[in-house]
Write a new protein. Structure first.
Length: 447
């Protein structure tokens, strides 16, 4: 069967990567396959750059396992050797088609075998019913429970070759306006997980489900490897929370009872992103962040280093913070930087949250503060900011803007709960001490 390694061999590295990205972004449109014996004729329209649309025609020999012919209307197909990115995208779509055909064929085979067994069992049951008297049966709910318990104890033996070895591999995509994650599943060979609802239902009901020719198993949380169990539980939780959004609606009088749309790319809220990262743990996984190429990332416990630069100007000061791509979650702000994912507690950031929210929405993350407002900034904001940022100063000194240390100190030291004693010590030509005594609610005379 056609796989990624064969597609990679037919195109150069750049065309392969860009074609894979087109496939993942659902740029393959008007896709169809015409089966003619050992040859599949594949036709598709692919969304190119801007509004350009390109027609792709492919011929794949199923018996020999190779691509016999390919054509695309884009300029790159004529100018360069190997397949263009549009042909690569269509071949990826075709691999999905082949996998679904294989799974459908296996399903029909199993169905025919099951029907044959059922007919045999019915014949035996009819013979027994004629000779046996009625007797009470186990309550169906308890019968199902006992079957599940028996299945748990026998799974490690029945599925020994894959027990504890099934792996879920995520691919996270984050842009300013959306977050999504998709998965592959398998042991030595990974298949695209095309429907997370079908996956969650099979796991909930401990059903057998086939993903392709080399992967069919009874779903149970213990079948997955240690890194993947929390991800499987995350998908169960996500589908339970979002199922109603994807329920099929009635169509011309026909009702799709308890039927959901197929969901391969799972959209996430920022809160769900937090839960996903908790499920991933500290393992490395692939992600495409803010339009950058796919690479490995991991969640880190390292402290996040952020910088702030204050630059003195003729009319005031510029304050600039370094840019970090990220999101505001429920419990954490999540930042992505140099292959590391930082989760910073929102409670920790609370004193500077409003200022960060203001600056991160501004172009170049830079603000200007005029001279008249600099003293207030230095007194009310700067001391707090210096505890969260590594601050550098250029042509800036608070004293140049009239910010000087306090000239007097106030001590509140009276032991009585309803009495305050204040002593003001002020430096003058001659040392003067003024003592003010006041009871709550009384006016204090001015000296």
């Amino acid at each position: 069967m056609l796989d990624q390694s064969e597609i990679r061999a037919l195109a150069d590295q750049n065309a392969y990567k860009r074609g894979r990205n087109l496939y993942r972004s659902d740029a393959v449109l008007e896709y169809s396959v015409e089966e003619a014996g050992e040859i599949d004729y594949i036709y598709a329209a692919v969304q190119g750059s801007g509004r350009n649309m390109y027609d792709v025609d492919l011929e794949y020999n199923l018996e020999e396992g190779w691509l016999e012919n390919a054509h695309c209307t884009c300029p790159a197909f004529r100018e360069y050797e190997g397949l263009c990115k549009h042909c690569v995208a269509v071949l990826f779509e075709y691999t999905d088609y082949l996998e679904s055909q294989e799974a459908a064929w296996q399903y029909e085979q199993k169905k025919e075998e099951s029907l044959a067994k059922l007919q045999t069992m019915k014949g035996m049951q009819n013979k027994l019913s004629a000779s046996e008297e009625w007797r009470p049966k186990t309550t169906p709910a308890i019968k199902a429970f006992l079957s599940q318990q028996q299945l748990k104890s026998t799974l490690p033996i029945a599925q020994e070759s894959i027990y504890g070895k099934v792996h879920l591999e995520p691919l996270l995509t984050c842009m300013d306006n959306f977050i999504q994650v998709e998965f592959k599943i398998g042991t030595s060979y990974l298949y695209v997980l095309k429907d997370v609802f079908a996956f969650a239902d099979a796991l909930q009901n401990k059903q057998k489900f086939a993903y392709g020719q080399k992967l069919e198993f009874i779903h149970d949380i213990q079948v997955f490897d240690g890194d993947s169990r929390k991800l499987a539980e995350f998908l169960q939780s996500w589908t339970a929370q979002n199922r109603i959004k994807y329920m099929q609606v009635p169509y011309y009088g026909y009702s799709y009872t308890d039927s959901t749309m197929k969901v391969r790319k799972v959209p996430l809220t920022t809160g769900e992103l937090e839960l996903f990262l908790e499920a991933v743990g500290d393992r490395e996984f692939s992600a495409e962040i803010n339009g950058m190429p796919e690479k490995l990332w991991h969640v880190t416990e390292d402290p996040l280093s952020r910088t702030m630069k204050i630059t003195g100007q003729e009319q005031g000061i510029n304050v600039e913070v370094n840019y970090l791509f990220g999101f505001q979650g429920i419990k954490h702000n999540i930042y992505f930087s140099k292959g590391k994912i930082y989760k910073v507690s929102r409670a920790f950031l609370e004193p500077v949250h409003d200022l960060l929210s203001c600056m991160e929405n501004l172009p170049q993350r830079k603000v200007f503060i005029e001279t008249a407002d600099v003293p207030v900034f230095c007194r009310e904001a700067l001391p707090v900011l210096e505890t969260y940022f590594e601050c550098t100063r250029e042509s800036f000194d608070e004293k140049d803007y009239g910010v000087v240390p306090a000239a007097f100190e106030v001590y509140l030291d009276a032991p009585q709960k309803d009495f305050i004693t204040c002593r003001l010590d002020a430096p003058q030509k001659d040392f003067i001490t003024c003592r003010l005594d006041a009871v709550y609610g009384e006016e204090v005379p001015c000296f």
